[in-house]
Design a protein around this ligand. Structure first.
Ligand code: SF4
Ligand code: SF4
Length: 125
């Protein structure tokens, strides 16, 4: 009983351990595997990420200068990031936002000479 009273008094003097979510959000831990991103200005479409991906969720089309990724099949293992020769792939610590329908990410290298890239999201048929 005395132990309980002591705990109650101590807790009254402490700050709350909970946060006022969603107003106060917790920062992601530094190495959280949230979602995969590709910097198309560095990517050379070598296809290594496609070959090493255990989920087979990356498609590289050199002829059409296109890099495609299905985030719903990715298990965030990080193998593609480790093997990317140009370090263009990165696992961002923020989690992907929830979605009401599945989609795939399609990144186009619009002009190899100028290094311009364009990205878009396509719904899965
Ligand atoms: S391994 Fe890296 S450079 Fe090669 S296609 Fe994949 S993302 Fe691009
Ligand atoms: S993180 Fe793993 S599962 Fe996801 S695309 Fe890369 S290799 Fe494939």
């Amino acid at each position: 009983m005395l132990g309980n009273i002591k705990s109650v008094l101590l807790n009254l003097a402490k700050k709350p351990v909970t946060r006022m979510y969603p107003d106060v959000k917790r920062n992601y831990f530094e190495n959280t595997r949230g979602h995969l991103i590709n910097d198309m200005e560095k990517c050379v479409l070598c296809g290594i990420c496609q070959r090493v991906c255990p989920s087979n969720c990356i498609k590289v089309n050199r002829d059409e200068a296109r890099w495609e990724y299905n985030p719903f099949e990715c298990v965030l293992c990080g193998v593609c990031v480790e093997r990317c020769v140009k370090k263009s792939l990165k696992l961002d610590s923020a989690y992907r936002q929830p979605a009401s329908s599945k989609y795939r990410v399609e990144l186009l290298m619009e002009s190899r000479e100028e290094g311009k890239a364009a990205g878009k999201v396509k719904s899965l048929a």
